[in-house]
Each structure stands twice: as C-alpha cells, then as structure tokens.
Design a protein around this ligand. Structure first.
Ligand code: M6R
Length: 366
C-alpha cells in the first residue's frame, strides 16, 4: 500500500497535490470566487461574535495553529492565542463564553488535546475541531468542525495532514474575513486562486526532489541545524526542525529569523548549517540581513526562495525555489522542501523513517 514508494512518509509527501485538491473540493468554487465551509456557515454567529480564537493542539498541529494565528489576526482582525494543549489543560486558563476554541488534531485521539477540549467546554466556550480522522474522539467531542480530508496518514511524521490543516485554516480565515467585510475582493480571489493553483505549485516543488536529495546528502552528518523564518514562515521553520528531529534524530531548532541575534547566533559556526525560508513578501529584506549575519560567521546557508530570486540565491550556499503565490499561503509550499530534506537525511542515516524510535502515531496517553 505504499504505492511503489519505499516509505509511507515519501508516499504521503508526494500525495500532497492530490490531498490539497481533496481538501478544497466542494468548498472553493471552480472560478475561485467563493469559499464555503458548512461548519462555519452553521455557526456563523459564534464566529462573527468571537471575542478571541484560542487554538489548542500538539506538535505539528500546534505549528498549524501558529500559522492560523497569523491568518486570523491579519485577515479577520480577531485576537488569537495558540496553546499547547498539554499546558492549557493544567493551567487555570481564562476562557470566556464568547471565545471560540479551535482544536487541531490529525488523529483526533491526542489525549492532551481532548482534555483541553473538555476544559474549554466546561467553561462554556464553543469548540470547533479541525481533524483528519472521521468519527475520531476529538471530532465527536467538539461542537462542530471541518475535516481536512487528506486520507489516512501512516508515517509517524505528519506531512500531508499539516498542509491539509493549513489549507482549512486559510479557507476558514477567508470565509470569516469576507463575512466581516474585512477583505477586498481582489485579495480574496488572489488567495482562493492561489489555493486552486496549489496542487500544481506543489508538484513543481516535488519535481526538485533530486536536487533536494543531493543537498541533503551534503548535510547528512551535521549534528545540529538551525531553521529560520519570519511571519507565517516562522511556524514553518519550527515544523521543518521538528520533522528533522523526529526522523533523523539530529538536533534542530526553529527560530524567528530576527530573534537569532538575541542569543541563538552564538551557535553559528561552520559546523552549524542554517535553513532559511526567505521567500518574497513583507519580511524579505529583513531576512536578507539575517543571512548576511550567518555568512559573516562562516555558517553554511540553505535557502528556500521564490522562483526568480537572484539576490538571496547568490548569497546562499544552496538554494531551493518555490513558485510565487499569495504571501499568507506560502507555508503550503515552503514546508514541502523541508519535509523532503528531513526524509532524505533520515534515509541516508538508515533511520526507521515511518516509525522513528520513541514515537507513536497518536499520543493517547498524557
Ligand atoms: O494527531 P495529532 O495531530 O493530534 O498529533 C499531534 C502530535 O502528536 C503530532 O503532530 C506529532 O508531533 C507528529 N509526530 C509530528 O510529525
């Protein structure tokens, strides 16, 4: 059932053009002029009157929540908090009855996320789920929700579920922004068309797999990695670092690019490679100066850039490009090379990619 791939993880990475298509099917119209999620429509007033949105999740799903924070603040003007479910459940968090709590979980069985949901419900909040597994405990425990519909994810390292979660978050934020009258038609359509074009754009990134594999081979024996990004690509950087840790057992850290100078930069030397997401957008120029700081200290830099970029590509040691798209959906593209990079390094090291040591696909104990 690996469809000819040596591992489920690789199969699932390569499935993403199709899983994004499945995720948006019947939700965005063909022309890219409208998005409808029934879960939002059915609970329109709850969302329109939400005082805050609080995401609760773990691991990769928590990273998706962090991207949700950028989307809902920027596009919908709603205050957002993103919580590790495991911390949230053991604090005494302030939850108002007009807060909307959004639980994100691929498996729908994560014990901490389930407990966070029960706590939020006990305090009167409305709880919405973003799950993959239909009929799972979290899907049942939430008041309403949206499935990501990416099909079974077998590899312990989450890949297609992450891009499915982000796709659902974009669709939710778009819908809400439109209902609130906060988004102009041009931007709304640009993002929706960007989602429609996403499967083809992801294919273009996947077509670079041999190049990504050769870069991974050069760095297989590095002992530490730093991942940098800004804006919505900061959570993507953390997600890239988590992928590498999980399956290759190499230490990696995701850091907001500009925060590096407040400490992490002390780690930079020739032995500490850095992966920088430096795609075009509002923080592009700033990221360039972060790359210069690393190069000046002898650090090796691998960059993920927008197609056609020469400035960053010339500064860096290795370059992987992604097609141009609306800024708020770049994580759907920039996460792909990071998944492949982690995969090839883990394979080179002879790791058990689909079932890494010490990890389980769903963490049903706290
Ligand atoms: O099933 P969930 O999305 O609730 O799982 C949450 C985390 O356990 C999960 O994302 C974990 O971090 C993955 N192994 C990441 O690849």
């Amino acid at each position: 059932e690996k469809g000819g791939y040596p591992h489920f993880m690789l199969k699932e990475i390569f499935e993403q053009p199709r899983t994004i298509t499945d995720c948006i099917r019947g939700r965005i119209n063909v022309k890219g002029t409208n998005v409808v999620l029934s879960g939002i429509l059915d609970n329109k007033e709850r969302f329109l009157n939400a005082r805050r949105i609080i995401f609760v999740a773990c691991g990769t799903s928590w990273h998706a929540g962090l991207i949700g924070e950028y989307l809902f603040e920027d596009l919908c003007g709603i205050e957002v908090k993103v919580e590790y479910a495991s911390e949230f459940r053991y604090r005494n968090p302030v939850i108002h009855s007009d807060d909307v709590v959004i639980a994100i979980s691929q498996s729908g069985e994560t014990a901490d996320t389930l407990a966070a949901i029960e706590l939020a419900k006990s305090k009167g909040a409305f709880v919405y789920g973003i799950c993959n597994v239909v009929g799972s405990s979290i899907a049942r425990a939430t008041h309403s929700g949206t499935y990501i519909h990416v099909g079974p994810e077998i590899g312990v390292a989450s890949t297609k579920a992450f891009t499915g979660q982000v796709t659902v978050l974009v669709m939710m934020a778009m819908m809400l922004a439109k209902m609130k009258g906060l988004i102009d038609e041009e931007k709304y359509r640009e993002v929706l068309r960007g989602l429609i074009a996403m499967p083809d754009n992801i294919k273009e990134v996947l077509d670079q797999h041999e190049h990504i594999q050769s870069v991974a081979s050069i760095f297989t024996y590095a002992r530490n990695f730093l991942y940098l990004g800004r804006g919505c690509n900061y959570p993507t950087a953390m997600e890239g670092a988590l992928k590498l840790k999980e399956i290759s057992y190499i230490h990696a850290e995701g850091c907001p690019a500009a925060e590096m100078k407040h400490g992490t930069i002390a780690l930079i030397d020739q032995e500490m490679p850095t992966i920088v997401i430096a795609t075009n957008g509002s923080v592009y120029e700033k990221t360039i100066s972060n790359i210069q700081e690393i190069k000046a200290r002898g650090g090796k830099v691998i960059v993920v850039v927008t197609e056609g970029d020469c400035i960053v590509a010339e500064m860096a040691d290795y370059c992987i490009w992604i097609p141009k798209t609306a800024e708020c959906i770049t994580p759907l593209l920039s996460s792909i090379p990071l998944q492949l990079f982690a995969y090839y390094i883990a394979v080179n090291k002879g790791r058990n990619v689909d079932q890494p040591r010490n990890l389980a696909k769903s963490v049903t104990v706290e």
